[in-house]
Design a protein around this ligand. Structure first.
Ligand code: C5P
Length: 725
């Protein structure tokens, strides 16, 4: 089922550091080799995503042992570090399947998993008679695998097509193999076929007591991925040489666990943030892959440099920023004509960047896009056209002519993570956006939400950047990009949109005000926002909105999945004190005690908190944001320029709440309200994820308002704020 669409409103700048998730390519190679090897392998930095999940589950079904261990982390925001412990099978998968009850490996839409697992099964179950079925989602059954099957059949492997000839699903029967002096494979559809054979070669060489030669017939695409495979095999003690171009010799040997492995950050995932560094001015640093990376996709940075980025390389990071800005302060983006054979995945990102140039960009030698998660050439062309571009596509190229103005559009993502991640970049301001009305009252807020900032403008600036757009009260109206089924990014980068929202939010001055229930932080935050002309986020209202819906629809407090779906799906509009939920004015309803109570209960669910993360970050917009809640400074806006912890004694807070209720004409019992506040405080402070607590010496200003009027509290915060600017 498709996830609720995500509408990204225009954003101007992006700054910050992104910790990359583990490389998918390295993660899946490491898992398979560790499962085939002798000895135990401890893998750190493994990617947690759909594609790794299907590899792990398949290996378990084949009889390998893979367990997760948690290490206490030093950073509370990211949770404990996970280590995967893989017990090697010594080259023989122990499970046995039969014709009637085969081992059932579901590999989703992970091309790398099926293409590396198939040769591994053929080699590791040779002669056992064991039967395994490899199947995936519908799209996987349209992705070719014939070249690899043909390569394996040269060895006598018994592989049957269970559907269409040449495509998964497949049935593999573990028959004895015939030693061959040379295995020939085609490499012009996918380099993963070669990788699969190379990873199985140590098993074969051991069984046959002779070197195994794997030779690519014809063209080999995406060569850097093959180098990645060779590098990983060498880490497992394999002696492998390229005896002639595209001809590889593996000496008889055991795969031996290196003991510990560290998976570097994903260079393909880095491409979106490096591009954001150009389109949003930057600098953005991607941490986890750099100069010493094994992954070919780090070469994307060179392509981006040709398009106008200034790139800085570190051993394990890459940083990108716009090299120049035009007269209106927008980054200058140059069109390119590039052979992208060496960076097939990351090159998709260039399509989005090309929309910001002035002349056409041509990406060549990308025929493999046609047989990936979707027909990527067709998909990128169709969606870029919806944005107003003129696109020419051929069997192995795409030419993108940028439009004068990008259009508001709802973009299909074809169950393809890279389509979704690339087009999110089109939410950056485009030259065409600058021509419209720049001085409207409202600021477009996430998902059609409207925040009315007040008029006086004063405040902090983001880190100065020469030549770039400087913050001002002006607001850009109108254009928005809707990403359909955004959860498709779970394939390789489940937290992509949260990270994307975070770097955009970091370019905006944020004042974070956290504190317990009824500490007065809402009233104070609202007034501070008004005084500075900033937008205001009442994050508690978001929890209350989910709580209200959960009460109305009888969703249980622990039904994290339904609660998160509601959080992602709700259509919101904020105008001053008024709040609309799916078109209904719920300003009063969400303030009811029962709703507040329910909000505090559901707020303990990590999945719900995650679902609300990007929605909260999307409220950050120029000229600035004041956000109040429990975890604004610690989790949602950890880079906020100013952080406050606002509190008051429990008695004072209870008295204030009673007065508030009485003012609304509601009855209030001081004893009951005090008990209720204490229970909520305890829940907020005790939850394992994003607990409410004041940690001294972390740059957070502590303000006890027990003896202060609202005006005094506001004045105090404004004084701190102006002292900082
Ligand atoms: O601030 P308010 O009382 O409106 O928040 C309602 C509830 O939502 C709180 O009791 C708290 O448990 C939860 N909340 C949260 N994190 C936030 C804001 C509110 O957990 N940032």
């Amino acid at each position: 089922m498709a996830s609720p669409s995500y509408t990204l409103d225009l954003r101007r700048s992006a700054i910050g550091t992104v910790q990359l998730p583990g490389s998918k390519s390295l993660s899946n190679r490491a898992l398979l080799l560790a499962a085939l090897a002798t000895g135990q392998t401890q893998i750190r930095g493994l990617l947690d995503s759909d594609d790794t999940a299907v590899m792990i589950e398949s290996l378990r079904r084949l009889g390998a042992r893979l367990d997760q261990q948690s290490l206490e982390s030093t950073s509370s925001a990211v949770g404990p570090e996970v280590i995967w412990v893989v017990e090697g099978t010594g080259g023989c998968f122990p499970s046995v399947g039969s014709q009637t009850e085969p081992i059932d490996c579901f590999i989703g839409n992970s091309g790398l998993t099926i293409r590396t697992l198939l040769p591994a099964i053929v080699a590791a179950q040779a002669g056992t008679g064991s039967v395994t079925v490899l199947r995936g989602v519908d799209r996987m059954h349209e992705r070719p695998i014939k070249d690899l099957v043909d390569g394996l059949r040269q060895l006598g492997a018994q592989i049957d097509y269970l559907g269409q000839e040449g495509y998964p699903p497949l049935r593999v029967t573990g028959v004895a193999l015939k030693p061959k002096s040379e295995i020939v494979v085609k490499g012009n559809t996918s380099s993963q076929f070669l990788t699969g054979l190379l990873q199985a070669a140590p098993q074969l060489s051991r069984q046959w007591h002779q070197p195994v030669v794997v030779r690519v017939e014809g063209e080999l695409i995406s060569r850097p991925y093959v180098d990645l495979s060779i590098g990983m095999l060498r880490q497992f003690g394999v002696a492998i040489q390229e005896s002639a171009p595209n001809c590889f010799v593996v000496q008889p040997c055991d795969l031996v666990s290196p003991g510990a492995l560290f998976v570097e950050g994903d260079a393909s995932s880095a491409s979106y943030f490096l591009a954001a560094g150009l389109l949003g001015g930057g600098p953005i640093r991607v941490q986890g892959a750099g100069r010493t990376s094994l992954q070919g996709d780090v070469q994307f940075a060179h392509a981006l440099a040709q398009m106008g980025a200034q790139i800085t390389w570190g051993d394990d990071y890459i940083e990108s920023r716009a090299a120049g800005f035009d007269a209106s302060g927008l980054p200058i983006v140059q069109a390119v004509d590039l052979d992208c054979n060496h960076i097939p995945d990351a090159a998709m990102t260039l399509v989005a960047v090309a929309l910001y140039a002035k002349t056409p960009t041509r990406l060549r030698n990308i025929g493999s896009w046609r047989v990936k998660e979707t027909d990527r050439i067709a998909a990128m062309a169709a969606e870029a056209r919806k944005l107003g571009a003129t696109v020419e596509e051929g069997p192995d190229f795409i030419v993108v002519t940028p439009p004068a103005q990008l259009r508001t559009a709802s973009l299909r993502t074809y169950d393809d993570h890279r389509v979704a991640m690339s087009f999110a970049l089109t939410s950056f301001v485009h030259a065409g956006d600058m021509d419209g009305d720049m001085g409207g009252e409202g600021v477009n807020a996430p998902g059609g939400e409207t925040v009315i900032p007040s008029v006086e403008t004063r405040g902090h600036s983001p880190e100065p950047r020469s030549g770039a757009l400087t913050p001002s009260a002006e607001s850009l109206q109108g254009r928005a990009v809707t990403i359909e089924d955004p959860a498709c990014v779970n394939k390789t980068f489940p937290t992509y949109f949260e990270e994307f929202a975070a770097v955009c939010a970091q370019a905006v001055p944020v004042i974070a005000i956290d504190g317990p229930t009824a500490s007065g932080k809402g009233t104070v935050a609202g007034r501070v926002a008004k005084a500075l002309g900033y937008a205001y986020l009442d994050s508690g209202a978001l929890y209350r909105l989910v709580a209200l819906q959960s009460l109305e629809q009888s969703v249980a407090v622990d039904d994290a999945k339904s609660l998160s779906a509601m959080a992602l799906d709700m259509q919101l509009r904020f105008e001053g004190e008024q709040v609309w939920l799916n078109g209904r004015d719920v300003s009063q309803a969400i303030r009811a005690e029962a709703v507040g109570n329910r909000a505090s209960q559901i707020a303990t669910q990590p999945m719900l908190r995650q679902a609300l993360l990007r929605r909260q970050r999307d409220f950050a917009r120029l000229p600035g944001l004041v956000a109040d809640g429990r975890d604004m400074g610690s989790v949602v806006f950890p880079k906020a320029g100013l952080k406050f912890f606002l509190t008051a004694s429990a008695e004072i807070r209870a008295e204030r709440r009673v007065l508030q209720l009485q003012a609304r004409g509601e009855s209030a019992d001081l004893g009951a309200i005090t008990a209720d506040l204490q229970a909520r405080d305890a829940r907020d402070a005790a939850r394992p994820v994003a607990p409410l607590k004041f940690v001294p010496n972390q740059g957070v200003h502590y303000l006890d308002t027990s003896d202060l009027t609202i005006d005094q509290a506001v004045a105090q915060i404004l004084a701190w704020s102006s002292a900082q600017t």
